[in-house]
Design a protein around this ligand. Sequence first.
Ligand code: 1CP
Length: 343
Amino acid sequence: MKNSKFIKALNLQANSIPPVWFMRQAGRYLPEYQKIRKNYTNFLDMCKQPRTCAELALQPIDRFGLDASILFSDILTIPDALNLGLAFHEGEGPKFSNPISSPQDIQKLLPFDINNLNYVFKAVEETKNQLPQDTPLIGFCGSPWTLAAYSIEGGGSKDFHKTHAFMREHPKELQNFLEILSKACFEYLRQQVMSGVNAIQIFDSWADLLSGDNLETFSLKYTRMLCKLLKEDPVTADIPIILFEKSPNKKLEDIVFKEITCVSLYWQEDIESISKNFKDQYAIQGNLDPKVLLKSDESIWEATQRICNIMKEYPGFIFNLGHGITPDIDPNKVQVMVDAIRQ
Ligand code: 1CP
């Protein structure tokens, strides 16, 4: 991995051309993904086929020559392994048949069994075998808070009404659940590392649901617990950790902590001012607004070069989008972005 620009950036070393990969780089916007996806009704069944996962993870690498690959899987594999009954039906988001509706549901949970996730670790091994030697593989998990929100809500939602009610009515029991999830995430990431991933990203995709002190009480506290466990374990101690907080109600400067290697910026964050405060401390990943990829080639070129210019003196910069790519984006527009970075 010595020749990887992505790993160099995580080590705060300078690259003349920044490395690039992007969130949700494998997925529905790619026709080659759709071709395989149509063989499965339930998306999760596809995630349980390690060979298929490797093929899907490699699609954006083959097409765009990106500098890092991300494991093809989903953050919701952990709640599925806790027997919450996850399915992704045709044209719908995730749905749990067995969500956490009461404190009793938390008490009744069976102990987390890492063996339920062996298909993920096989996918890591398979993907590593197929990737070019100097292309690192990123493993990932959801933050404990984000996993709890889906588990209580029973799926995706606009307002996460049930999750807010649970937080108000049963804060202690919610915290017990968050602790269970933190330990499960630790074991899960540890096994991903044992299977070959070179870095990990934690997705706190629902950080924005938490206002005031609740961000600390229900999210950051548990993400820190997870990162401490990773740093204390010899297997994972040296693995770079990337943290993505979606639109948190606090400045990132007040969120980061020493166990983090890299901060992945949401598209609304001001990369210029954050880079001044994080220089020589944290690598930065980000943060083109994915919606820019719906615009003209000239607009994409301009917006991409603007970020590259701001970050050109920043050792430890990784180009990425400020959130996942959406299914409505034309892959040719992604190529325009990649060309603009490498010019
Ligand atoms: O039907 C389909 O084809 C499924 C679409 C899909 C894909 C391609 C889902 C369902 N998940 C994934 C893969 C995935 N998910 C990856 C690996 C692919 C890659 O990045 O290249 C990763 C890293 C994720 C992570 C993930 N899943 C997040 C965190 C990132 C983010 O966008 O904030 C979240 C929130 C999820 C949940 C999820 N999984 C799938 C959907 C549609 C959703 C969102 C549900 C919702 O809240 O509405």
